[in-house]
Every structure is written in structure tokens, then in C-alpha cells.
Ligand binder design. Structure first.
Ligand code: HEC
Length: 103
């Protein structure tokens, strides 16, 4: 009986870890790629020249990253940074969209 409960707990922990994966991956990549050094922790920019990303729409963020990658949107910093986010656009965008914009 004890083993059964332990197994139940393990299974629910695994599900929990899997369901929160996208968010934590986005969070990890946002810091690992250095995005946070300009856009601030959690996307709350403290620099007037750099836009805050917290609470922005997922699709909109993904779209902006693709525009910076293709050069359709021009900014020297972001044209260098956006290609590094390749493959993680959506998880980063999901993480940022979940942040409360009014903090
Ligand atoms: C060297 C500083 C710097 C770094 C590092 C940086 N950014 Fe930016 N980012 C900027 C600036 C400046 C802008 C505004 C560009 C403009 O005016 O068009 C911007 C714009 C953006 C925008 C569009 C926001 C808007 O309001 O239009 C997104 C989305 C974005 N960055 C995501 C990222 C992500 C994701 C990373 C990490 C891969 C990153 N940035 C790394 C400086 C930076």
C-alpha cells in the first residue's frame, strides 16, 4: 500500500514537471541567452531605451522575433540576438506572456 502511494506521488510529480516544462524552458533560455540583461528579469525593463516584454501577447512576441531574424524589422541588437533564440521563440514568448505587466 505504501509503495502504491509513493508511485502515485512520483507519477503526479512527473506530470507536473512535464506540464510546466515550456514555461521553465522559456525562463531558462531568457536568462541563458542574455535577453534578461537588457530586457530585465522577467521582461521588466528598467531602461527607458529597451522595451518591457512582460505580459506581451505570445503570438506577437514570436512574430517580432521572426521579423528580427529575417531582417524585416531592423535593430542592430535584436538582429544579432533573435537568431540565438531560434527554436525557443515560443517557449520564451509563453514565459514572458505569463508575467504580470504591472509589477
Ligand atoms: C543588447 C540588448 C538586448 C538584448 C541582449 C536583447 N534585446 Fe530584445 N530588444 C532590445 C532593444 C533595444 C529593442 C527595441 C528595438 C527597436 O526599437 O526596434 C528590443 C526589442 C525586442 C522585442 C520587441 C519588443 C517591442 O516592444 O517591440 C522583443 C520581442 C525582444 N526584443 C526579445 C528579445 C529576446 C527574446 C532576447 C534574447 C534572445 C533579446 N530581446 C535580447 C535590446 C536587447
Amino acid at each position: 500500500m505504501k509503495k502504491f502511494f509513493l508511485m502515485l506521488i512520483t507519477i503526479s510529480l512527473v506530470f507536473f514537471a512535464l506540464s510546466s516544462k515550456a514555461n521553465s524552458e522559456g525562463e531558462a533560455m531568457f536568462s541563458a541567452l542574455g535577453c534578461a540583461s537588457c530586457h530585465g528579469q522577467g521582461g521588466y525593463s528598467t531602461d527607458a531605451n529597451i522595451p518591457s516584454l512582460a505580459g506581451k501577447d505570445v503570438e506577437w512576441i514570436v512574430q517580432q522575433l521572426e521579423y528580427f531574424q529575417s531582417g524585416e524589422r531592423q535593430n542592430s541588437y535584436m538582429n544579432a540576438m533573435a537568431p540565438m533564440a531560434e527554436g525557443f521563440e515560443r517557449s520564451i514568448a509563453e514565459y514572458l506572456s505569463m508575467q504580470n505587466p504591472k509589477q
